[in-house]
Design a protein around this ligand. Structure first.
Ligand code: GAL
Length: 951
């Protein structure tokens, strides 16, 4: 063997050498296999050529090496550190060259064959994912080298295997020419991060095969044809199918859909092997300008999913993948774009099984070339085309037998070029049964669907109406928003508004939220680390934490909102007619899997409930359903009907009674609190008393309400800016977070103008304004009392030229002791003006700590909307009108200054905000800001609160 120390292959644009042609993946076979996952010997070098390859030889003594678990990323296993950049390459752009400093991990594993490993036949060694370039040896013989991190590579090894002491050596380079093709917005995480498996290949065993299973929705039949490189028979006992490979057969069958993922178990048997098939009959087509499956247009309610685990990075175990699928199904999500690479193959098995439409995306992104006007972009340079085609083939060949995959995606943010066209042509030639997607192709030259990311509502609506122009071809195509609703930090806002537009225009076939999960790395120092926390010289901070799930997979309020916005059943009523309108918004399923309940609440307390018979409406159908007589007279208080659609029976993804959809509507209006101003303010020794309250005589500041001490009550307009308030650097629209801070809204001063003692009111006049500016808010606090209760009416008048909305408008104050909270209003979770669909009116309880939403980078959070009254720290507070309620153990200023959760330490005071208004959230951290109707305009406002001590 050669003692080659050359590392030319690292910087070679070719995909590699020595690997077998790509082929179909199957979940199980009767051929033997041996997992080589587990503990491997590991040595890290600083450069690609620091060590020669003698470690690959038999007998090498690696006793002094470290050990790492495979699959894994060495930078998460105590060797080096991760690097996060969005689109910037963390190395000089000089393709295909990479830095001399190129962390290189040598991996060694010695294994014996199981005793009963067959002596005949061959064997294949399979790597499911190695980032970014690997060179492989078995028993001292070099097998080859490859790039294409999230794609499988197989090597024939039968002739090299021994029964004992096989030495498998893998050299992995962090950087390679392939890195130029893998510039996805995520952590750079080198390592053998997916499974390594030895597969026995019996003589006459299965090679590649292609399951063609179409569905004729008019005839109700499925047609199956399994093309196989090795002839054999295909059996599907449930359908009575027993045919030769290559031979089509048509039988009555049930179709596969994400809503009803009907799979038939089958077997492909060749002379030497039996491989399990899971067949789903479905036909994907472009017809009438729409993406149709089994004859019906589909509305995608999707998410973009990166693979992520807060400790293991992209090395996911099956249970984590299943958790993702279950969480998606339970939140009404029906589609996944595998941004931006083919996932672990087991994830696709789960999508087939549980039912999710999949856009399978190739492992390709060259976004960093945008920095040089796309000069030298590999996708427009023929030298790279073999690597691109290799990537396309490795994805399509591996994944082609999954019914869940309806669209192939060429990659993400790679500009445009001949290489992409070549990929699209190859894919179409190989698989005409699916559509081709690529967002960067604005003219749709290579694609079957017009796709965009982060287009604002108005533009999406124009596209829906066909007024967006573009090439003739594009105008004929359906539209997908492959990324929208940037879920970074608190947000996204505006989802319900998008959904309304999607549902209005047929051409709009839905979208995919960016993104599924925050890529925070569990870290003792910070709770969760993000970009910059590992001393990276270039990084993009917490832009890597922009998911609907927190890193530990707890759903964020954004996911709860999304679930509500995309629910498959609409429940609407106006509370007056004694009926509720139920609409089936599924694309295929009728409502027979759901059971409906009604409940009736008076002042937030449920006073009656029962089941509601609803016909099994077919997809798209609506009905007016009669409600029962209200269980109590409506005069008893503010009353609501709540109607829920629940799973009628256990499903594989959620138990019976899981809530799929709900609607709530008011029957009678709320009675706003009123306090007769019978008491007057009484001056005393440094204090003024009014009813149950005392005030500082000099400043007019509230001191106590009964026995409850209150500190610092005053107008508040500042919130700890959210990632979406801050917006992204490239945004051309106004970024209010910056503007607010520039104006000084975070350092408002309160000038006291007058403390006036009237007959029936204490009036405190102030002007609230920031240094260096003319703008200000004339603010008057008017206090009245009936002897028991204390009413505050706040009047705010903007002075001078306010051109910006306010972050919030309300009062804040401190309580010295508070823990439990209860309220009547929106809940149970947080809600903001443009993200409040999931908030339902009721009686809710929590603790101050549980009111907090733990965004990875701390920011405004936790407001409960539409609160009629709240009780906290011995006080009851009623609002006129309803208000946003927030309470936390730190100040807004501390929250604003915190970079990580661990920066927040509880103080002695609980700070309560009662807000008349909040500015919307939007999703300007990458998309549009809040729609104008959700701006909190600086205009004259009056609002009041009634305080009383809870006896
Ligand atoms: C898109 C990109 C994603 C991600 C997102 C922002 O442009 O496709 O990978 O970077 O923006 O979070």
């Amino acid at each position: 063997m050669s003692l080659r120390t050359t590392t030319d292959y690292v910087e070679d644009v070719s995909p590699g050498s020595g690997a077998l042609p790509p082929r179909a993946r199957y979940a199980s076979s009767d051929a033997r296999s041996l997992s080589l996952n587990g503990s491997w010997r590991f040595r890290l070098s600083d450069t690609a050529d620091a060590e020669d390859d003698s470690f690959a030889q038999e007998g090498y003594e690696a006793g002094g090496w470290a050990e790492v678990p495979v699959p894994g990323h060495w930078v998460l296993q105590g060797h080096g550190s991760p690097v996060y950049t969005n689109h910037l390459y963390p190395f000089p752009v000089d393709p295909p060259r990479v830095p001399t400093e190129n962390p290189t991990g040598d991996h060694l594993r010695v294994f014996d064959l199981p005793k009963d490993w067959p002596a005949d036949g061959g064997a294949v060694l399979r790597f499911d994912g190695v980032e970014s370039c690997a060179r492989i040896w078995l028993n001292g013989t070099e097998l080859g080298e490859f790039k294409g991190s999230r794609l499988p590579h197989e090597f024939a090894v039968g002739h090299l295997l021994k029964t004992v002491d096989n030495v498998l050596a893998v050299r992995v380079h962090q950087w390679s020419a392939g890195s130029y093709l893998e510039d996805q917005d995520q952590w750079w995480l080198p390592g053998i991060f997916r499974d390594v498996t030895l597969l026995h290949r019996p003589a006459g065993g299965v090679l590649d095969f292609f399951v063609h299973a179409s569905y004729d929705h008019l005839a109700g039949t499925g047609t199956l044809r399994v093309d196989s490189d090795v002839d054999g028979r295909v059996t599907v006992p449930e359908l009575g199918i027993d045919v030769a490979t290559g031979e089509p057969v048509t039988v009555p069958a049930e179709p596969w859909s994400a809503e009803r993922p009907r799979l038939y178990e089958g077997v492909l048997a060749t002379e030497g092997e039996r491989v399990a098939l899971r067949i789903g009959f479905r036909t994907v087509e472009l017809s009438d300008g729409l993406i149709k499956v089994n004859g019906r247009a589909v509305l995608f309610k999707g998410v973009n999913r990166h693979e992520w685990h807060p400790e293991r990075g992209r090395a996911l175990d099956l249970e984590t993948m299943r958790e993702d699928v279950l969480l998606m199904k339970r939140h009404n999500i029906n589609a996944v774009r595998t941004s931006h690479y083919p996932p672990h193959p087991a994830f696709l098995d789960l999508c087939d099984e549980y039912g999710l439409w999949v856009i399978d995306e190739c492992d390709l992104e060259t976004h960093g070339f945008t920095e040089q006007g796309w000069r030298d972009n590999p996708v427009d340079d023929d030298r790279w085309t073999p690597a691109l085609l290799d990537r396309a083939a490795r994805m399509v060949e591996r994944d082609k037998n999954h019914p869940s995959i309806v669209i192939w995606s060429l990659g993400n943010e790679a500009g445009t070029g001949r290489g992409l066209t070549a990929m699209a042509e190859w894919m179409r030639g190989r698989d005409s049964s699916r559509l081709v997607h690529y967002e960067g192709d604005l003219d749709c030259r290579d694609t079957d669907v017009y796709s965009r990311m982060y287009a604002d509502h108005a533009e999406v609506e124009r596209i829906g109406r066909g007024l967006d122009g573009g090439t003739h071809k594009r105008r004929e195509l359906p539209f997908l928003l492959c990324e929208y609703g940037h879920a970074m930090g608190n947000g996204p806002g505006g989802l319900a508004d998008y959904q309304r537009i999607f549902e209005t225009y047929d051409r709009l076939q839905g979208g995919f939220i960016w993104e599924w999960i925050d890529h925070g790395i569990k870290d003792e120092r910070y709770g969760y680390a993000y970009g910059g926390d590992f001393g990276e010289e270039l990084h993009d901070g917490n832009f890597v934490c922009d998911g609907l799930l927190f890193p530990d997979r707890r759903p964020s309020p954004g996911l709860v909102e999304y679930k509500k916005v995309i629910e498959p059943v609409a429940v609407e009523g106006d509370g007056t007619g004694g009926t509720v309108r139920i609409t089936n918004k599924y694309d295929f399923a009728d409502l027979s899997a759901l059971a409906f309940t009604w409940s009736y609440q008076v002042n937030g307390e449920t006073v009656g409930e029962g089941t509601l018979p609803v016909p099994a409406l077919t997809a798209g159908e609506s009905a007016e359903v009669k409600l029962p007589e209200p269980p109590v007279a409506t005069a008893a208080g503010e009353a609501h009907w709540t109607v829920r659609a629940l799973l009628a029976a256990d499903t594989p993804w959620a138990p019976k009674d899981h809530v799929v959809a709900w609607g709530q509507f008011a029957v009678s209006a709320r009675q706003v609190p009123s306090v007769a101003a019978t008491d007057g303010p009484v001056p005393g020794n440094g204090l003024i008393t009014l009813g149950p309250a005392s005030f500082d005589a000099r400043t007019g500041a509230l001191r106590t309400v009964g026995g409850v001490d209150v500190t610092g009550l005053r107008l508040d307009v500042w919130r700890a800016v959210t990632d979406n308030d801050d917006g992204a650097a490239w945004q051309t629209d106004i970024r209010y977070g910056l503007l607010w801070r520039g104006l000084g809204l975070h350092r408002m001063r309160h000038r006291l103008d007058a403390v006036e003692l009237g007959d029936d009111a204490l009036t405190v006049r102030t002007r609230v304004a920031p240094a260096a500016r003319e703008i200000g808010l004339s603010t008057v606090y008017r206090w009245t009392s009936d002897g028991n209760r204390l009413q505050l009416t706040v009047s705010v008048d903007p002075e001078d030229d306010w051109t910006v909305p306010l972050p919030r408008l309300g009062i804040r104050f401190g309580l010295s002791a508070a823990d439990r909270v209860q309220w009547f209003g929106g809940g149970p979770g947080e809600a903001y003006p443009d993200s409040r669909a999931a908030s339902s009116v009721g009686r809710w309880q929590s603790t101050v700590d549980d009111l907090q939403t733990p965004y990875v980078r701390p920011q405004e959070n936790g407001a409960r909307a539409d609160v009629r009254w709240a009780e906290i720290g011995g006080l009851r507070i009623e609002g006129d009108p309803e208000f946003f309620f927030t309470a936390r153990r730190w100040t807004t200023e501390q929250l604003d200054a915190a970079e990580h959760r661990t920066d927040l330490t509880p103080g002695d005071t609980v700070w309560v905000n009662l807000d008349h208004g909040q500015h919307g959230l939007g999703s300007q951290s990458c998309g549009p800001g809040p729609l104008p109707q959700y701006h909190l305009r600086a205009e004259a406002a009056q609002f009041s609160f009634v305080f009383s001590e809870i006896s």
